[in-house]
Design a protein around this ligand. Structure first.
Ligand SMILES: C[S@@+](CC[C@H](N)C(=O)[O-])C[C@H]1O[C@@H](n2cnc3c(N)ncnc32)[C@H](O)[C@@H]1O
Length: 203
């Protein structure tokens, strides 16, 4: 089954109206859980929340938000958070670009993790990949000077494509050799025989 392209804006008025409604709902939900002026550690595509729950537990002074498209994954992540009793962690069902757009104006990103994003290996599906020039630009708009971006994948071609975008980015600089800040094996990492990691920082 061919999925509809996620990155090509729809001109269907019903779709446009639904997206505007969803964005307004998300903005209201975020305004309720993201305190004014907060700096957030964001994990995009958090799945069932294993990584960010462990991270938030180990970093109680940091405010963490995990987002994912799939409701069932967010519900499981929320149950994990409740069991762990973590007040510095939230999971929200949201699409990454819409999340950045709907984030309250005073909120900024302290750090961003993208771990094992869907690789969309076929060339005709590359347009569905999250990490492209436009996305890094939108991310930079919500990041402060020096904000780190942590990316890990087992898919070599996607890794190289994202690295190539960052290498020539006006917003980000690659930081080769910067250590990975926190190790906790994700569900997809467990299934992979190897992986690649990079760190970039906002100019
Ligand atoms: C391959 S899974 C990896 C999950 C987890 N990070 C791990 O390493 O186990 C990718 C996750 O990203 C989510 N995802 C894909 N595109 C997204 C988007 N545009 N915004 C938010 N989440 C997205 C998917 O629903 C899925 O749960």
């Amino acid at each position: 089954m061919e999925l509809p392209p996620a990155t090509i804006p729809s001109t269907d008025p019903v779709h446009v109206a639904r997206m505007a409604e969803r964005r307004a709902e998300l903005a209201a939900a975020l305004a309720a859980v993201v305190p004014a002026g907060v700096r957030l550690v964001l994990e995009i595509g958090c799945g069932h929340g294993h990584f960010l729950t462990a991270y938030a537990k180990a970093h109680p002074a940091e405010n963490c938000v995990g987002i994912d498209l799939i409701r069932e994954r967010i519900e499981r992540a929320e149950r994990k958070r409740e069991r762990a009793g973590l007040a510095n962690l939230r999971f929200v069902r949201a699409e990454a670009r819409m999340f950045l757009d709907a984030l309250p104006p005073g909120a900024a990103l302290a750090a961003v993790f993208v771990l094992f994003p869907d690789p969309w290996p076929k060339r005709r599906h590359h347009k569905h990949r999250l990490l492209d020039e436009e996305f890094f630009h939108a991310l930079a708009a919500r990041a402060g000077e020096g904000t780190p971006f942590f990316f890990r994948t087992d898919h070599g071609p996607y890794f190289q494509a994202a690295e190539a975008v960052l290498r020539v980015s006006a917003d980000w600089r690659l930081v080769p050799g910067e250590p990975w800040p926190f190790e906790h094996t994700t569900v997809f990492q467990q299934r992979a025989s190897r992986h690649f990691s990079l760190v970039a920082r906002r100019h």
